[in-house]
Design a protein around this ligand. Structure first.
Ligand code: ATP
Ligand code: MG
Length: 365
């Protein structure tokens, strides 16, 4: 995407450690804006949180959609206080509403081995693992179409349909093709299972083949793997991947497995993207509100900061995004116990020391 002049960002800290890590995410973005002369405009909102829910009886104000339509991006912390409000109220009342109503049909996750973060895979060094998982985010296996028959009898039957539409399949495949095309390795891997799932998955493969003939992708290296062997390869030889695209279910699995292979699931970010920019895209850390550590000031802010980095990259601010990534990597590589949070092996390090170290690095101090 071409960088636009001004990026209007709706800041939603949400609940729990979302409120603790968000200020560090914002200060790192402000540092990048200062250093690279970007115009970033931040507006903070208190909705999509349990505090808002306790006050107003709803997670969002009635006019949330028109409010957020005034922004290019939503920078989101975390939502949920599972002991006090059920997840279906918090999640369905906020994040999942955004995803659906703003047609955020791409879920995007980086899988990148960071220095100082041990990979659970033996002998892997930073640089060995660096790929993206692109997941279809709106249809596929997660339709609610289906039901139960002959309930509570021996003949009980349940079924649930997978829905794939041409528009839905083409747009996610096209996004992944373009992403692969923009990267040096220019390699796309598609997850399939057309040997077992005999209607929808052959259709997925067929659409990929049709789209690759469109012309722009002539010398792109494209392969496809069945999901079972693909998960095995991700563990055995992750170096071979560059951009991996999957349906809603396969992408869901791969977008946890990928970051897990890099040991970064705790600090990984995620984007829920409406690529055309008709609606705001949302960037958040993968972790939740972590009630068990909330209030202690020890939450790791890297996922939040990395989500901000992804946001800049998505909107085409390449230099600033690269500097933020480099800052995260350099601070993690130093491995200073008085800077790192306890989950990264730190001793006296806190949310603030780690976030501030990254901010200083961005500023070149
Ligand atoms: P979700 O709300 O998305 O369902 P979850 O309930 O599965 O998430 P989290 O809230 O992410 O899980 O917490 C899982 C565990 O990871 C907790 O023990 C929590 O303390 C820890 N954790 C999560 N995020 C962080 C972080 N940023 N820094 C340190 N520890 C974290
Ligand atoms: Mg939770």
């Amino acid at each position: 995407m071409i960088a636009q002049k001004k990026l209007r960002i709706a800041v939603i800290p949400g609940d729990g450690i979302g409120k603790e890590v968000m200020p560090l995410g914002v200060s790192c973005l402000k540092a990048a804006a200062l250093k690279f002369d970007l115009s970033l405009e931040f507006t903070e909102f208190d909705f999509a949180s349990c505090d808002y829910y306790f006050k107003h009886g709803d997670m969002l104000p009635k006019d949330w959609k028109s409010i957020l339509l005034g922004y290019d991006a939503i920078y989101f912390g975390a939502v949920g206080m599972p002991d006090l409000v059920p997840d279906h109220v918090t999640l369905w009342g906020s994040l999942l509403k955004f995803r659906r109503e703003f047609d955020q049909y791409i879920s995007l996750r980086p899988c990148r081995l960071m220095p100082g973060v041990p990979s659970p895979l033996r002998n892997k060094k930073p640089g060995d693992i660096d790929f993206w998982v692109v997941r279809e985010n709106t249809e596929g296996e997660y339709s609610s179409i289906g039901g139960k028959m002959f309930e509570n009898t021996d003949r009980e039957v349940v079924c649930q349909e997978t829905i794939m539409t041409r528009i839905g399949v083409d747009r996610v495949l096209r996004y992944a093709l373009n992403l692969a095309n923009s990267r040096p390795k220019r390699h796309l891997t598609s997850a399939t299972k057309s040997n077992g799932i005999s209607i929808t998955m052959p259709y997925w493969d067929e659409r990929l083949k049709a789209l690759t003939k469109e012309g722009n992708y002539a010398d792109l290296n494209i392969d496809k793997f069945h999901i079972d062997i693909l998960t095995a390869w991700m563990v055995l030889k992750p170096e071979q991947f560059d951009v991996v695209v999957g349906s809603n279910l396969f992408g869901d699995i791969l977008s946890d497995l990928g970051p897990a292979c890099t040991g970064t699931i705790g600090i990984a970010p995620s984007g829920n993207i409406n690529p055309e920019g008709r609606f705001p895209s949302l960037f958040e850390p993968v972790h939740g509100s972590a009630p068990d550590i909330y209030g202690k000031g020890i939450a790791n802010p890297v996922g939040m900061i990395w989500a901000g980095q992804m946001m800049l990259e998505h909107f085409g601010f390449k230099d600033a995004a690269l500097a933020m990534l480099k800052a995260i990597e350099e601070v993690l590589a130093k491995g200073e116990p008085h800077i790192l949070t306890p989950d990264m092996g730190g001793s006296t390090g806190t949310t603030k020391t780690l976030g501030a170290a990254i901010e200083r690095n961005i500023l070149g101090k």
